[in-house]
Ligand binder design. Sequence first.
Ligand code: B12
Length: 233
Amino acid sequence: MSEEMYKKLAQAVIDGEAEDAVNLAKQALDQNLDPLACIANGLTKGIQQVGELFANEEYYLPELIIGADAMKAALEILEPALTGDQQREIVARVVVGTVEGDLHEIGKTLVATMLSANGFKVTDIGVDRSTEEFISAIKENDATIVGASALLTTTMLQQEKLIKSIKEAGLGDKVKVMVGGAPVSKKYAEQIASLEKNATYPLGDTESFQIAHGDNYFAFFDRLGKVEYVVVL
Ligand code: B12
């Protein structure tokens, strides 16, 4: 039954049918299906397919937008079920955002959700955020981890800028930076993190989610948005 639901959720995203996606998400919760599995095996599969169709020029921007909207609408139903029982001790305070010039929010939001589901106190500052906005949020929230998402090869350069700026703001010893997003490779992550401390932590041997930068924190997500583990050493 769950497999069938995952397929339907994926299809609703591929078809850009937000209403169907929402109804299916509600049905999934009514059937006590695991919301995380619905996201990972259903919605995320769908949006990946949309990305492939776009890359192959079978889909154009409008289809990309309505697919993403359908995914977002269904996530709004599923995410509260994921984070509903969060009365736990705070592991650490995290600021999460998508870098300047980049409007992709789904992966970033998923990461924020996964972190909160695992006991982190997350402040999500949204998309298209400048390094200054990241730094203000770090200070305001007294965060010790920052997660920067970039989905474009052009905007991933902002992650490097952010790491430099964090150092320049005198926060380098306090703040660990996690970078992620589809184009961010382990190699790139190591390259930009070495700007600061020459210490990077590749997390797992897949190409999925890249690095934590710093001494204390490890977090790993696979491409399907499933948390493999979040560990504080
Ligand atoms: C949906 C989408 C859009 C939507 C975004 C809507 C929204 N509200 O988010 C819209 C339509 C707005 C869009 C616009 C564009 N897009 Co777009 N988009 C996508 C698409 C199909 C899916 C992205 C997505 O949401 N994936 C699902 C999530 C769950 O995965 P994810 O983001 O990778 O996140 C996971 C991991 O990467 C990781 N992660 C992500 N962030 C972080 C952060 C941290 C800290 C950590 C630890 C981990 C982590 O964890 C997540 C869970 O596993 C991708 C294709 C693809 N396969 O990636 C193209 C894609 C990213 N887009 C692309 C392009 C070209 C564009 C546009 C330039 C198109 C245009 N001509 O205008 C614009 C750019 C707008 C801008 N300035 O940002 C290209 C990028 C190519 C490149 N090499 O740079 C892609 C790859 C499509 C393609 N195959 O060509 N896009």
